[in-house]
Design a protein around this ligand. Structure first.
Ligand code: S3P
Length: 430
């Protein structure tokens, strides 16, 4: 599907977001290994989270969806059963990496595969710690999926993460539920902590001290009723749009304000954006609140602060849209230390450089980031999304500020995280 976008006069109104993708994956997986029925409200509409649900039902969990509520009948910690055919994580790195941690604790053999993009993403980062814990896990070749996993009793490890990745941290912590003793993971660069929070909500003992996160073997997890907040990474596209399109004024209610994810808001505030947070509350350990974002001509006259080091890890999913926004500020933006972007759903550094240049921006590609020169009006172009949802959405927003028509190819890939994105955009475009 090709989307055709043109510049809009202004954006105003309320943006309703789908449930957070990261939190939804974790709630679904923990519900499937808890005892009793969990109900997850405002579960992510994302295809990725539905890949997780399909894998969990193939593993024996009973799942009933009603609108965006999902009821999951848990099978207990060791109660999943061998699937009849290979599990399919489709496009979802979070599904394959987190679920592998749970499968490592189950005494059966199963394999887990995915689509062409997932089959090219590195799994050595989870294979290594799971083998140290005693799981038998084999990749197809080198460190690529499909993975064949034979789990069973595991031993606790103390593991320092070699790569800043919440998926790897979460995989090891979930496997830690099945270990004979405490498992500890050290992260030198903080990453999203939804797993630590959700583990506690479902009754596991997870502690954080310094850079170490410890989880004790769990005798059992208890079912919960939980509500997922709106996806802040989805909000990022609308925040950037409000910053770029004159006179915009957007309200985005019920957004996740998790401490590790809201670095996005701190960053945009530091960059000088007109942004405020209202009605903040915390439920089940996850902060949430309403955002209001307004256009400010002064913001576009500045340079955006460099993104480097730990900030690159904290903003990893938002860098595509921040790079687009940077191209519209007078001083541009430099991104470093973001080499992880090369192994996401696509090589996002290359996809950003190619598509920003196609729209007339000046961009230098570095091995670990980009230098985006600002101050050039974008012009419409054919955008090769590489079937990467965040690239598609970032350039749809670029199209709102460009001269002439922008065509987003393979636009259906936005369903990976944000079905309804285009309708949401049309609703606020005036
Ligand atoms: C995620 C962690 C991040 C992020 C991904 C979701 C998660 O990946 O990019 O979209 O839910 O844990 P890495 O852990 O590979 O950095």
């Amino acid at each position: 599907m090709i989307w055709k976008l043109n510049a809009v006069k202004t954006l105003s109104g309320t943006v309703h977001l789908p449930g957070d993708k990261s939190i939804s994956h974790r709630y679904a997986m923990l519900a499937a290994i808890a005892e009793g029925e969990s109900v997850i409200r405002h579960f992510a509409a994302s295809q990725d989270c539905h890949s997780t649900l399909r894998c969990l039902s193939a593993l024996g969990a009973t799942i009933v969806e009603a609108g965006d509520d999902v009821a999951i009948q848990g099978r207990g910690l060791r109660g999943l059963r061998a699937p009849e055919k290979p599990l399919d994580a489709e496009n979802s790195g979070t599904t394959i990496r987190l679920l592998s941690g749970i499968l490592a604790g189950h005494d059966f053999t199963c394999s887990i595969t995915g689509d062409a993009s997932l089959l090219s993403r590195p799994m050595g980062r989870i294979i290594q710690p799971l083998r140290l814990m005693g799981a038998n896990i084999e990749p197809r070749e080198r460190d690529l999926p499909p993975l064949v996993i034979r789990g069973g009793s595991l031993k606790g490890i103390r593991y320092s993460l070699p790569v800043a990745s919440a998926q790897v941290k979460s995989c090891v912590l979930l496997a830690g539920l099945y270990a004979g003793e405490t498992t500890a993971v050290e992260e030198t660069v903080p990453t999203r902590d939804h797993t630590e929070i959700a583990l506690r909500e479902f009754g596991a003992a997870a502690r954080v001290s310094g850079g170490w996160i410890e989880v004790d073997p769990a005798p059992r997890l208890r079912a919960r009723r939980l509500t997922v907040p709106g996806d802040l990474s989805g909000a990022a596209f609308f925040l950037a749009a409000a910053a770029m399109v004159p006179d915009s004024d957007l309200t985005i209610p019920g957004v996740s304000l998790n401490g590790r994810r809201r670095e996005l808001l701190n960053y945009l505030e530091r960059a000088g954006m007109d942004l405020c947070v209202e009605n903040e509350t915390t439920e089940a350990g996850e902060a949430r609140g309403d955002l209001r974002a307004r256009y400010s001509a002064a913001f576009l006259k500045r340079r955006m602060p460099d993104i480097k080091g730990p900030e690159a890890a904290a903003l990893i999913d938002e860098i595509p849209i921040l790079a687009v926004l940077g191209s519209q500020t007078a001083g541009g933006l430099e991104i470093s230390g973001a080499e992880e972007l090369r192994v996401k759903e696509s090589d996002r550094i290359s996809a950003l450089a190619v598509n920003l240049r196609a729209m007339g921006a000046e961009v230098m590609e570095k091995s670990d980031g980009l230098i985006v020169s600002g101050g050039r009006k974008l012009r419409g172009a054919d955008i090769e999304t590489r079937k990467d949802h965040r690239i598609a959405m970032a350039f749809a927003i670029a199209g709102l500020a460009a001269e002439d028509e922008t065509r987003i190819h393979d636009a259906e890939c936005v369903n990976i995280s944000f079905p309804g994105f285009l309708d949401t955009l049309k609703n606020i475009a005036k």
